[in-house]
Design a protein around this ligand. Structure first.
Ligand code: ADP
Ligand code: MG
Length: 315
């Protein structure tokens, strides 16, 4: 699903080059809880930022669902970040003068949904992390652990496939157990400096040292992924295929049209103007031609041309 292939990251500063990552290769499962451990400065944040599309690799490749990102444009990266990734930053990055509902809603602004829908979703995300009813509180009115849960809600509100967390601090046990629950359905990658916590909750521990992987407790490869795909029984494949029935597809497109009601209305009006214009021109032309024809017929029948011979004596 997500694969790092020999990722190298070099930071260039004015007087020197730092090779933060020296060739990292990891293949991730669709759903698992991966902890990345290692001493400060070994490249954990750099790895996470590259996976999340916040930073770009110097060489190597990040493969998403079998697609290379080598030729990704800025727009492709935007789409990837906004739809696939939920990011929980080390310092949470909450906006202090907005209440927590607005903080979570902000992650949905670019999704093109209506204000009511955004509020609804943001409330649900906050309820899911146990912050029901605190919607109007500002971040500084909450505890560190609660702020962390706001950050988790904000990361999840877009329903991403991949959740990334950089060294969560504070209420670690509660945050990590939330991550464990989430990893039943999603890929969760957490950077931590706490080995006990990693042991207790995660299903895979990757250790980094000096920009390279030194151990992986539960490795996975593209071959494993291919095998798993093959072993899927026909029934499962059929089930997956049947997931989107015609009805669901219709419902989804109707919902999509409705959610962008203004745009849809404008498209309808513009299309109608076009169609009405064309038919008006056609019918006016038909009408005018018919009118001329009937005028001619009437005039000519009222004034039949008569030809008679006559002669003049010019003398
Ligand atoms: P960790 O998260 O494991 O503590 P980082 O990934 O932040 O480590 O950093 C890895 C290495 O890359 C460090 O040596 C750090 O100094 C260097 N580094 C990180 N970001 C930058 C940057 N923007 N410019 C220059 N060097 C950087
Ligand atoms: Mg770091």
């Amino acid at each position: 699903m997500l694969k790092l292939e020999n990722i190298v990251k070099t930071y260039k500063t004015s007087d020197m080059e730092v090779q933060a990552l020296k060739g990292i290769s990891i293949c991730f499962r669709k759903n698992e809880f991966v902890s990345i451990l290692g001493p400060s400065g070994c490249g954990k944040t750099t790895t996470l930022n590259i996976i999340g599309g916040l930073d770009h690799y110097t060489s190597g490749d990040l493969v998403i669902n079998g697609i290379s990102t080598k030729s990704f444009t800025d727009h492709d990266w935007d789409i990837y970040r906004n739809h696939k990734i939920g990011f929980i930053f080390q310092s949470y990055n909450l906006i202090p003068h907005e209440n927590i509902l607005e903080n979570v809603e902000l992650a949905l602004i670019i999704s093109g949904e209506s204000k009511e829908q955004r509020k609804e979703k943001a409330k649900k995300a906050l309820d899911n992390v146990g912050l029901k009813g605190l919607y109007n509180k500002k971040p500084n009115e909450l505890s560190g652990g609660q702020c962390q849960r706001v950050a988790i809600a904000r990361a999840l509100v877009n329903e991403p496939d991949i959740l990334l967390a950089d060294e969560p601090t504070g209420a670690l046990d509660s945050a990590t157990s939330i991550f464990k629950k989430i990893s039943e359905k999603k890929l969760v990658i957490m950077v931590t400096h706490n080995p006990e916590l990693a042991e207790k909750y995660s299903s895979r521990i990757i250790k980094l040292l000096d920009g390279a992987i030194i151990s992986d407790s539960n490795p996975y490869s593209s071959e494993d992924e291919a095998k798993e795909e093959k072993n899927k029984s026909d029934e499962e494949i059929n089930k997956e295929k049947a997931k989107m029935t015609w009805f669901t597809a219709f419902k989804l497109s109707a919902k999509n049209l409705w959610s962008k009601a203004k745009r849809t209305a404008m498209t309808i009006i513009a299309a109608s103007i076009g169609i009405v214009g064309v038919s008006a021109v056609l019918s006016i032309r038909g009408g005018v031609t018919g009118y001329i024809q009937s005028m001619q017929d009437e005039m000519l029948s009222g004034n039949p041309i008569s030809i008679s011979s006559s002669s003049f004596d010019l003398t």
